[in-house]
Ligand binder design. Structure first.
Ligand SMILES: *[C@@H]1O[C@H](CO)[C@@H](O)[C@H](O)[C@H]1NC(C)=O
Ligand SMILES: *[C@@H]1O[C@H](CO)[C@@H](O)[C@H](O)[C@H]1NC(C)=O
Ligand SMILES: *[C@@H]1O[C@H](CO)[C@@H](O)[C@H](O)[C@H]1NC(C)=O
Length: 487
């Protein structure tokens, strides 16, 4: 009997290992983005200093992530996105060190600053042991080089100038130039790999394929997608055979949507930009957010496969724009419950306040990883609720959000039976509002407060007095047995 069980388990885990995670597998996930150097240290220090302005390695490692994976898992995240793992240029430059992972030198070696190959494999195993996915950030548009002379022979595997575009500075108004010219500056230039060269393309495809299979990667984050011609990405993602999410740092749906013909999804930059301006002050324009959210739904192939985010390593943290905890909570609700796959940047849960790069790359250990304050309880409640919706088979993930403005400071968002009520009025500011469209007389629960009973009237309307905080409403009867809010 037990032998049969072991056989079955062995078969099942072998099966799991060889099954690549598809786009639809990822749709129900919630992603925690972290920078290895800044998340946790192997020695579990909570005091080791990290001055972001110095732009140097602060000592975070893969072992540190393993030791703190439960912190992420208990907040309800079901995936992590990890910064690039490959060997970087060494030493100090006028722009600091390669602690972020975007200055590759050898694509075939791991960054020894992050740990050993054993540590890295143990991390992937630890992630999978929690039934979580791992998304690897890959930067394959360029290498990095310090100084005037480009030392091509240092680059593995593309160790000759013939594998690179001729040097030219990017004209950001010219898409061809963006694809074939070089990023960087006089201190650290980013030699641009010739991704039109068939040998280069074939080598990169084989590389990505072996990276994904060797380490059991479940998804890819494609750095600098806008800097390579679009069809290249289809070849890479087909070779990888896992979900791909690209970075095109542009706020215009018309520009970003066409990229989805070539990869599964992208970071939803248009939504992020409008949500930030809409909710970080009472002067924010909610109508503009609604317009863009609708454009993403109608113009993109499938907005539910985009990554929905509010912070990342390239943008000022929300906490640097507003310290109003109620506003930050409204943005957390959009982050996790709007259309798309939630992506939360490490430290957002602690309401960190770093502004532009490099200030937004704080060492998380200096917070002590508290779990009962800042935004942790809100984010945990949202993730657990979303995970429940996914597991209960509720038509949530593929039901597009319907936005309804309720005056200038409140918007309601309906996705199936879930209704979000959001306001930018600020902590404690009372706003009375009436939301319609519920089932007549239905009893509702606010997932964030688990508080007073709410009941729609006989015409399906609910009158509420907001106090700056968001609400996430769901019929009480559908939560029975879920454990959520004690039901
Ligand atoms: C480039 O790498 C290849 C393969 O390792 C090697 O045979 C070749 O000598 C290298 N070329 C240069 C210029 O370093
Ligand atoms: C755009 O950039 C490409 C590559 O540098 C260049 O060949 C082309 O002339 C540029 N086009 C315009 C209109 O400037
Ligand atoms: C808000 O955004 C909408 C839609 O983009 C725009 O038409 C309107 O003029 C904006 N309102 C203000 C006050 O800026």
């Amino acid at each position: 009997m037990s032998q049969i069980l072991i056989l079955l388990l062995t078969f099942f885990s072998a099966f799991q290992c060889t099954t690549a995670a598809s786009a639809s597998d990822w749709r129900g996930r919630s992603i925690y983005q972290l920078i290895t150097d800044r998340f946790a240290r192997s020695d579990n220090s909570l005091t080791s200093p990290c001055r972001t302005g110095d732009r140097v390695y602060c000592g975070g490692t893969w072992r540190g992530i393993i030791d703190n994976l439960d912190y992420i898992h208990q907040m309800g995240f079901t995936a992590i996105w990890i910064s690039p793992i490959v060997a970087q240029i060494e030493g100090s430059t006028a722009e600091g060190e390669a602690y972020h992972g975007y200055w590759a030198q050898n694509m075939y070696s791991l960054n020894p600053k992050s740990g050993t190959e054993e540590d890295w494999k143990d991390l992937v195993d630890a992630v999978h042991a929690r039934d979580m996915f791992i998304m690897l950030d890959v930067a394959i548009n360029h290498y990095a080089n310090q100084g005037e002379t480009i030392k091509y022979s240092n680059f593995v595997p593309f160790n000759h100038s013939s594998y690179f575009h001729p040097k030219c500075d990017i004209d950001w108004g010219n898409q061809t130039s963006i694809e074939v010219c070089w990023m960087g500056n006089g201190y650290v230039s980013l030699p641009d790999i010739d991704t039109e060269n068939p040998f280069v393309v074939a080598t990169l495809k084989a590389y990505i394929r072996s990276l994904v299979t060797k380490y059991g990667i479940d998804g890819l984050r494609l750095d600098a997608s806008r800097n390579i011609r679009k069809p290249f990405w289809t070849e890479i993602c087909d070779a990888a055979n896992v979900y791909c999410q690209g970075e095109v740092w542009v706020g215009d749906p018309e520009f970003i949507c066409p990229y989805q013909e070539y990869m599964d999804g992208l970071h939803n930059y248009p939504f992020k930009g409008r949500a930030t301006q809409a909710f970080t002050s009472s002067a924010g324009n909610l109508s503009d957010l609604v317009t863009v959210a609708r454009q993403m739904q109608s113009q993109c192939k499938d907005v539910t496969l985009f990554g929905t985010f509010m912070e990342n390593h390239d943008n000022p943290r929300l906490g640097s724009i507003t310290t109003d905890i109620a506003r930050l909570k409204n943005l957390a609700v959009l982050n996790i419950m709007a259309d798309g796959i939630p992506v939360l940047y490490y430290g957002q849960e602690q309401a960190l306040t770093g502004s532009n790069d490099p200030e937004n790359r704080e060492a998380l250990w200096l917070t002590g990883y508290p779990t009962t304050n800042n935004l942790v309880p809100t984010i945990t409640a949202l993730n657990w609720f979303r995970n429940y919706l996914v597991s209960s088979g509720a038509p949530f993930l593929t039901t597009l959000a319907t936005y309804t403005l309720q005056g200038s400071s409140v918007v309601s968002v309906r996705k199936g039976k879930v209704v979000l009520v959001l306001t930018n009025s600020g902590n404690g500011v009372v706003t009375d509002t009436t939301i319609g469209g519920f089932d007549n007389g239905v009893e509702l629960v606010d997932l964030l407060s688990c508080g007073e009973k709410l009941r729609a009237d006989s015409a399906g309307k609910l009158s509420i007095g907001l106090r700056g905080e968001p609400m996430v409403l769901y019929p009480r009867s559908l939560l029975s047995g879920s454990g959520i809010c004690g039901l």
